[in-house]
Design a protein around this ligand. Structure first.
Ligand SMILES: [Zn+2]
Length: 131
């Protein structure tokens, strides 16, 4: 008596499959978000050398020092990095907008400071640092 093999696709099955698809799409979107589609870290470079890497998710104020003197102040708040203070004469970096997306940068030419949004730290990135 294996009549159940002739089961037709009913309304309930469509709802079930639709639900699975919705969950799959939701997970996919979530993964993209978690993987840092909007950028996850801020990398600060001074004079071509990495000064530090800071999580965008963490509200903090980073004092960028050179020769023991604070040259630039970077504020990370609400997932955005913003140069809030600097001792450079032009203050172009301070006037730049806050950055939050991957590969966006704030540059302070006089102080040779570059602030860049990067994805979560990956080991592969180490290879790309050239002398
Ligand atoms: Zn500047």
């Amino acid at each position: 008596m294996r009549l159940l093999n002739k089961k037709r696709i009913g309304k309930n099955d469509i709802v079930f499959i639709g639900g699975l698809l919705a969950i799959a799409v939701f997970l996919f979107v979530l993964m993209q978000f978690v993987r840092g589609g909007s950028g996850a870290y801020v990398e600060v470079t001074v004079d071509g050398e990495v000064y530090g890497t800071y999580a965008l998710a963490e509200n903090q104020t980073v004092e960028i020092k050179k020769d023991g003197k604070v040259t630039n102040v970077l504020s990370i708040r609400d997932g955005k990095a913003d140069m809030t203070d600097a001792d450079c004469p032009d203050l172009l970096c301070v006037h730049q907008r806050a950055i939050s997306k991957e590969d966006e940068t704030i540059v302070c030419l006089p102080n040779k400071v570059v602030v860049k949004i990067i994805k979560a730290k990956e080991k592969n990135n180490i290879d790309s640092i050239a002398g």
